[in-house]
Design a protein around this ligand. Structure first.
Ligand code: ADP
Ligand code: SR1
Ligand code: MG
Length: 420
């Protein structure tokens, strides 16, 4: 069914919509008498309905013209659904194992029908809070990152195809502007939306607003975020955008998708794992679980994510040398030069990832949108203690990111800040 005009759906109108949309009705076996519909409502921006019939299931996601977690006072383009659907399809093309299939997209209704990622999948952030280990997480996420980022970059594409994709995703300007504001601007100035664990972190938030070196570094990162059209990135790859079981990893919610720096995705994921790490002391029970072993697992996952990503990305590159127009084979034609190029490219990507990861940590502690990892620590003084360690590490990492040569050095620095 192609709709003419936008109307927000509710449980009842959703059923009518499903009945009149063949591609969705089919997924439900055309059975509507015993439908179970549940609005999930734990995201920040949109409405998500899980629909289950006796012979099938799906998820309907609809964007509304404002930011759900703030309310109608913060309008936001509902065109984000178009960019989410397009990014899901493009990323799904390169990494179908980790991306839910899109069944249907209605641009006027800003509505996506997609595969229901069934239980026992849960949101990774919730699994990290519960202290659950996911042995395949780093393997799967590094696969997703390597495949989606490589194949949408100039390492694989012609300049004509790359430019035409860049042009398409430039349309997601309002979502990029939101990130510019909440990640790169608001935490460094007074803003009505900022908040933190007060009064404990009042001085820490003020120190950030007065830290000129930090501001210089953040300016560089913002410039890269706005100007470096390196690949089609997810744009919001925190641990709330990943659903997991011990054997499966699914990446959802790329509504911030656009052509940006690869390090923004790698950094978002790693930065959120570091937040999870520093929150663990707030979840430790006095008796049975001090989470020490779990913290080690998180650190291993951080190292594995980067190291596996490095290996997979450069492997795909080796197999596709000269495919894209970035490094033409008749110029870069000897193995030594090719190896040097790869080293240089990956070094810059590593430092970008550390910088963006750190900026994303800072925004989750003193900016508008916080994370459940810390918010679920009830005792404010304990929460502030965990947040301060994360904040101090993030500031140090952001400023000194170029002095790190490998991920094991970053892991050592995480430990150091934990014990100080
Ligand atoms: P928002 O864009 O508002 O942040 P999300 O895409 O993160 O929304 O979805 C909100 C919640 O809906 C998720 O946390 C998850 O629990 C659930 N959800 C979203 N997509 C799916 C899916 N394809 N299968 C199962 N659950 C999903
Ligand atoms: C008002 S900021 C809301 C945040 O939620 C999304 O998941 C993005 O991270 C965005 O920055
Ligand atoms: Mg979202």
């Amino acid at each position: 069914m192609a709709s003419e005009a936008f109307r927000p759906l509710d449980d009842r109108s959703l059923v009518e919509y499903l009945k009149s949309t063949p591609s969705l009705a089919e997924k439900l076996g055309n059975q509507f008498d015993k439908l179970e519909i549940k609005e999930v409502g734990d995201g920040n921006l949109n409405f998500v309905y899980i629909v289950v019939s006796p012979s099938g299931s799906l998820v309907i996601k609809q964007a509304i013209p404002y930011i759900r977690c703030i309310g109608e006072s913060w309008p936001m383009t509902k065109e984000r659904a178009y960019f989410e659907s397009s990014t899901l399809q493009e990323h799904g093309r390169w990494c179908p194992e980790q991306v839910p299939e899109v069944y249907h997209f209605d641009r006027a209704m800003c509505l996506i029908g997609m595969r229901y990622i069934e239980p026992p999948h849960i949101i990774l952030r919730k699994g990290l809070i519960a202290g659950i280990e996911y042995p395949l997480l780093a393997e799967h996420i590094s696969e997703y990152l390597a495949k989606t980022l490589f194949h949408t970059s100039l390492l694989y594409l012609t300049t004509t195809d790359h430019k035409s994709s860049v042009a398409k995703y430039c349309g997601n300007v309002e979502m990029c502007r939101l990130t510019e504001q909440v990640v790169f601007s608001d935490p460094y100035k007074l803003s009505e939306y900022n908040h933190w664990t007060s009064p404990y972190l009042d001085g820490d938030a003020e120190a950030i607003r007065g830290d000129d070196i930090l501001k210089l570094e953040v300016a560089e990162l913002k410039s890269k975020f706005c100007e470096r059209a390196q690949a089609l990135i997810h744009g919001d790859l925190h641990t709330g955008s990943v659903m997991v079981t011990t054997g499966s990893t699914q990446v959802i919610d790329p509504e911030f998708g656009f052509y940006g720096p690869m390090g923004f995705d790698v950094g978002a994921f790693v930065g959120n794992l570091i937040l999870a790490y520093y929150s663990q002391d707030g979840h430790a029970d006095q008796g049975s679980s001090d989470r020490r072993q779990y913290k080690e697992w998180i650190l291993t996952s951080i190292s594995d994510t980067w190291n596996l990503f490095y290996r997979k990305f450069t492997d795909i590159w080796d197999k596709n040398d000269g495919h894209g127009e970035a490094y033409l084979s008749d110029i870069y034609n000897n193995p030594e030069l090719q190896s040097l190029i790869k080293q240089k490219y990956m070094e810059e990507l590593f430092h970008d990832s550390l910088g963006f990861g750190a900026a994303k940590m800072i925004r989750r502690i003193v900016g508008v949108a916080h994370v459940e990892d810390f918010e679920s620590i009830k005792e404010a003084s304990k929460r502030a203690e965990c947040e301060r360690k994360a904040l101090n590490f993030a500031k140090a990492l952001l400023k000194a990111r170029r002095s790190f040569h490998c991920i094991s050095e970053v892991v050592s620095a995480i430990r150091q800040h934990d014990s100080s």
